[in-house]
Design a protein around this ligand. Structure first.
Ligand code: AMP
Length: 210
């Protein structure tokens, strides 16, 4: 199964990707997490991406396409994968087609902009493993500590209110056209994001089986 999760930043793609990953035993690949890991390691790619990320802009297509090509060539992707946060532009989707990757399903998680603002301001991420939490909707067992790896939970720099607004603008202008792109291919399913994670999960799993 090769899946794409579409949706605005904070719509819950990462959370649903984790659920599907556990259920189907295929890796969840987040380009955001890959870029943040490169940044932490201080690689050239990470340094190149930093200014775009901090401003809430997209990292240039050729950089992200290079990252995803390398990741999909790894052994654990041979039985399928879930893409979280890629593609984010039509040229990225075209690049995926040109790589010969045949996507089975695209799940579009829909959440209103005003709810996105609320969600992102409460998001906390683990600085070690990248796991994502929310102070109200998906709290860690111990405040400030990752339930999975005991890493420290931090606020992402690009989750600050001014940056959230520009990330939403970027989403509407550059990523939303992908809905039409995949709808024309007949592989798009819409999942209405719910306030409770468990409710969104039910809808996500139903969409997967449909
Ligand atoms: P995310 O963790 O998916 O919200 O991604 C965080 C940031 O990483 C985005 O705001 C972009 O700056 C960058 N990024 C992640 N995925 C992509 C992508 N597919 N194309 C361009 N930039 C990306």
């Amino acid at each position: 199964m090769k899946l794409i999760l579409l949706g605005a930043p904070g719509a819950g793609k990462g959370t649903q990707a984790e659920v599907i990953c556990d259920k189907l035993g295929i890796p969840a690949i987040s380009t955001g997490n890959l870029i943040r890991a490169a940044l932490k390691e201080g690689t050239e790619l990470g340094l190149k991406a930093k200014s775009y990320m901090d401003a809430g802009d997209l990292v240039p297509d050729e950089v992200v396409i290079g990252i995803i090509k390398e990741r999909l060539a790894q052994e654990d992707c041979k039985n399928g994968f879930i893409l979280d946060g890629f593609p984010r532009t039509v040229p990225q989707a075209e690049a995926l087609d040109q790589m010969g990757v045949s996507i089975d399903k695209v799940l579009d998680i829909e959440v209103k902009d005003e709810d996105i603002m609320k969600r992102l301001s409460g998001r906390r991420v683990c600085e070690s493993c990248g796991a994502s939490y929310h102070v109200l909707y998906k709290p860690s067992k111990q405040e400030g500590i990752c339930t999975k790896c005991n890493g420290k939970l931090v606020i992402r720099k690009d989750d600050e209110p001014a940056t959230i607004a520009s990330r939403l603008d970027v989403y509407h202008a550059q990523t939303e056209p992908l809905k039409e792109y995949y709808s024309k291919k007949g592989i798009l399913s819409v999942v209405e994001g719910q306030e409770e994670v468990a409710d969104t999960t039910k809808l996500t799993l139903a969409a997967l089986e449909a």
